[in-house]
Design a protein around this ligand. Structure first.
Ligand SMILES: Nc1ncnc2c1ncn2[C@@H]1O[C@H](COP(=O)(O)OP(=O)(O)OP(=O)(O)O)[C@@H](O)[C@H]1O
Ligand SMILES: [Mg+2]
Length: 452
């Protein structure tokens, strides 16, 4: 039996790996918000004030908070067993999100917290210090020092809550002027607002409603299915049982672009964004993880632009679904893929139908039909392609003649003298008589053409 040698990673090197797990600013803040939600917060405020020479990002909540022992324990990377069962609604899994998400964006993470009936406590990971000491040296604040922490919110909840302060930021390519950070910051915060509005939209309305703000401005939810819009279509849904929990599947079809409210359309990235983001929307404990794409289960298509399939999974299935540390990706288990496939066809078929809808069609007679298109608010008199005589002529014509004939018929229909007809029908309705159509000139023309 070989002997074992204790070879823990060097903190100085290990921290560099932890800083590069692959979070974006959006996915990092989302992972931090997960903790605030799990802590039962009703208000989650993101604050990144402009005009600071040393910018910082703060996330403040009014959840259950932590006492000093809990805080010290929870500051440890891997503080919880990823296989341990979590309470329903707990969005955590790996015991590392708060730290790794923060390290991906900032070299300094300060956590200030208060549990009900307990004093305000604080602890800090400073990567400069970890590297310098080559040790996991957590800084724990004395009660008197806590109130002096740079960035501590004046709105810190009286009863309980937690504030994360990310400072010494690495997420911006900051220039030497405060103005440079501010422009960059404003644009990143605007992207973050859209990301949170979409990924946490189910926590912004209904029974789970909580208030979210960025720099004191409320975040309004973005519903990717436009369920409240006129002409939204709800499709089939099902609850699937699988080992360890239930999966809910629900299908949606968005209204045609032409009916979408301009603001809603813009929120979802315009017609291009909506087309690109067709597909599966996978929620873990109501938090959106995958926002569109068919995950290789079917190709995207222009006509499928309006199709959406909502999949809800509990966190108890994390292992089967290979939820990643960042909560930004999942793998659908093969068995579930098979069950899910049958739900993909319906919304795509309906999306195609919405796109192809040519309007209400009324047959005027066997030669003409009247098309009323509500999309474009138009009424068009068209030559009926189903006319037997027309079909017979086309069958007996070569391709070139058929093309010429169809072009001629198109122009004939386009140029029906509608205004003139309208005028005469209003002035002398009884005198308009199409029974008197004289074809002799046309018959003469045929003779001439044949004689040539
Ligand atoms: N805002 C908060 N309020 C109260 N407790 C918190 C808060 N943030 C973190 N915690 C506590 O710290 C623990 C560690 O958080 P962390 O995000 O590192 O891991 P996790 O949430 O358990 O799992 P994951 O790595 O999947 O996010 C949490 O499980 C929770 O008990
Ligand atoms: Mg977490």
């Amino acid at each position: 039996m070989p002997r074992t040698v204790e070879t823990a990673p060097s903190p100085k090197s290990h921290i560099k790996t932890l800083m590069r797990i692959g979070y974006t600013l959006n996915s990092a803040i989302a992972d931090i918000i997960d903790n605030s939600i799990a802590a039962g917060s009703q208000n989650i405020d993101i604050y990144a004030p402009p005009g600071r020479k040393e910018p910082l990002i703060s996330i403040l909540d009014d959840g259950c908070g932590m006492d000093l022992d809990e805080l010290t324990q929870n500051m440890r990377i891997g503080c919880k067993d990823p296989y341990a069962e979590r309470e329903k609604g707990d969005l955590g899994r790996f015991g590392s999100g708060m730290k790794t998400a923060s390290f991906s964006q900032a070299r300094c993470l300060t956590v200030v917290s208060r549990k009900e009936g307990q004093p305000l406590v604080a602890a800090r990971w400073d990567i400069d210090r970890i590297e310098e000491m080559d040790s996991w040296c957590l800084e724990v604040f004395d009660p008197a020092e806590v109130t002096q922490i740079d960035g501590l919110s004046p709105d810190f909840p009286v009863k309980c809550g937690t504030q994360l302060i990310l400072s010494n930021l690495t997420c911006f390519d900051v220039g030497s002027h405060a103005l440079d950070h501010d422009t960059e910051l404003a644009s990143r915060l605007s992207e973050l607002r859209s990301y949170i509005a979409l990924h946490f939209h189910r926590f912004m309305s209904g029974p789970d409603k909580r208030a979210f703000t960025i720099n004191s401005t409320p975040i309004e939810p973005v519903d990717p299915f436009m369920t409240r819009e006129r002409r939204y279509q709800e499709g089939p849904s099902e609850r699937m049982r699988c080992k360890g929990g239930h999966i809910s599947i629900k299908t949606h079809v968005l209204p045609h672009f032409k009916y979408m409210n301009a603001k809603r359309l813009e929120e979802l990235g315009g017609a291009d964004g909506i087309t690109k983001n067709q597909g599966l929307y996978i929620y873990r404990e109501k938090r959106l993880i995958i926002a569109g794409g068919w995950l290789g289960m079917k190709p995207s298509s222009q006509l499928g632009a309006l199709a959406r399939v909502q999949v809800d999974i509990p966190s108890s299935l994390d292992n089967d679904w290979s939820t990643d540390v960042k909560k930004a990706s999942l793998q659908i288990p093969v068995k579930v893929k098979r069950g899910l496939k049958k739900f993909l066809a319906d919304p795509v078929k309906r999306s195609k139908k919405v796109h192809r809808y040519r309007g209400k069609q009324e047959v005027a007679n066997e030669f003409w039909k009247i098309c009323e298109d509500e999309n474009s608010q138009t009424i068009t008199y068209q030559i009926d392609p189903d006319n037997d005589q027309l079909r017979e002529i086309l069958r007996n014509s070569d391709r070139e003649t058929s093309v010429l004939l169809i072009r001629y018929l198109k122009l004939l229909a386009e140029l029906v003298p509608i205004n003139h007809i309208y005028e005469k029908m209003s002035e002398r309705p009884r005198d308009v008589n199409q029974q008197n159509v004289d074809l002799s000139a046309l018959e003469e023309l045929i003779e001439k053409v044949i004689a040539r």
